[in-house]
Ligand binder design. Structure first.
Ligand code: FES
Length: 148
């Protein structure tokens, strides 16, 4: 019995290792780590965010941000996406670059800054940073509209 479990665990470990090796052929280590350990992933409890906005990008993938806003600054940020692995990394990075910033600072955030913070997305995934930035800005726009 114990042996069966050990060989299954070994099989899963090998598979995981193989997946990571394949990802590292296309993405750098920092990005692969975010695929497997996304930051600020998931919808917070109702009442723990001020505004929520989902946006479907031209690639067909959707990103969703949940922002807690106080005194014109982002106190907390969470996200979800049904997109590619790179969108998980760009969403994570976007939340890290957003928390503690003023709304004006976040509205000036560019896909290039996210790309740089990720130490470079592959060329065919640069647009995933664009999805994160567009969604974030739409969330802020929605909040401002609500407030006015
Ligand atoms: Fe659509 Fe990456 S391919 S977000």
């Amino acid at each position: 019995m114990g042996n069966k479990k050990d060989s299954f665990d070994e099989f899963v470990d090998n598979l995981q290792q193989q997946i990571i090796e394949d990802e590292l052929k296309e993405y750098n280590e920092y990005i692969v780590n975010l695929f497997h350990n996304p930051k600020n992933w998931g919808k917070p409890e109702d009442g723990e965010f001020t505004v929520e906005k989902a946006y479907k990008g031209p690639c067909g993938d959707t990103m969703q941000f949940f922002l807690k806003i106080e005194d014109d600054a982002i106190k907390d940020a969470h996200f979800l996406t049904d997109g590619c692995g790179a969108s998980v990394a760009t969403g994570s990075q976007a939340t890290l670059m957003t928390i503690g910033k003023s709304l004006d600072e976040v509205q000036n955030l560019t896909p290039e800054e996210i790309d740089e913070a990720l130490h470079g997305l592959p060329d065919d995934h640069k647009h995933c940073a664009e999805l994160a930035v567009r969604t974030l800005k739409k969330a802020i726009k929605k909040y401002k509209k609500k407030e006015s």
